[in-house]
Write a protein that binds this ligand. Sequence first.
Ligand code: ADP
Ligand code: TRP
Length: 330
Amino acid sequence: MKKVVLSGIKPTGIAHIGNYFGALKPAVEMANNNEYECYYFIADYHALNYIKNSKELQENTKALVCTLLAIGMDAKNIVLYKQSDVPEVTELNWILSNVTPKGLLNRAHAYKAKVEEATVNGQDPDALVNMGLYNYPVLMAADILMVNSNFVPVGQDQKQHVEMARDIAGYFNKTYGANFVVPKEIISKDLGTIAGTDGRKMSKSYNNTIPLFAPEDKLKKLIMSIKTDSSLPTEPKPLDSAVMNLFKLFATAKEYETEKAKYENGLSWAEAKTDLFNMMNNYLSPMREKYNYYMENYAEAEKILARGAKKVQAVARETLQRTRIAVGID
Ligand code: ADP
Ligand code: TRP
């Protein structure tokens, strides 16, 4: 029996270079490993807590689906699906919430951050908290337990959620007997924070992102806008600069060495940025073409999603049936 690997991502914005190297690339590498049975999904139920505009959610979802297909989530052995195509998870969410102590959810980082924010503002501690936020970890546990996941590859920020899924599986199994596989997180190695065009962490909240599939001319413009120091064109340039840090992500070891020598001997920022643009554009072009293709032929992407939904639904029904019997509501 192959081990089951599952992960997911929220459709909360247009994917940028930080998302790609921090979350998407590690996920696609793991999902492409034939030793595992792999599930990857678009967490649109979870996104409801962040996006309160239907059109925006639809557009984000479409762009994310095309992004995932473009980067290789269309491989044969990956079951790619939309969370909302498996409404069974919401029933499992309900069942699980009956064995989940409130105290466990009180400790969730995202909830605590909102309480802290409200308290600092002098508001009621729960002023910024809705039940979607509060129950977020239970729904995530349902995603994970539904397909009998052994491993859940996530970034450091999601570690606590997977630990909670493990705890919730434990509470259930203790109450009703062994029913759920107890999952384990796999934390992708920390690449450090990728900087945006202004030198701060690349993040959609800072408006400093380089979208993964920006058209060529926009990509060039964004790269040219990266903040640099005011050294002379002939002076050496620091290797720990936003321009070089990005270059390094896309370059082979050999390409990096060649560029490093240029930095050490001195080159203008305009030239360094042109080198970065060429490197990034070569790397991203084939994926960008695939992305544009799916954006224009979305029906094809939807077919892939429908196939994924069918496969995961079969597993979900089995898990749910077993769980309903375990609790006595079959
Ligand atoms: P944003 O900060 O733009 O809102 P998200 O929080 O939606 O991005 O990011 C989703 C995932 O992408 C994160 O869990 C993290 O793993 C990765 N990520 C986002 N920004 C960066 C960055 N600047 N450097 C490295 N990884 C990042
Ligand atoms: N909470 C995850 C995030 O914000 C997305 C997610 C939802 C997820 N359900 C999951 C990740 C299950 C892994 C497994 O990135």
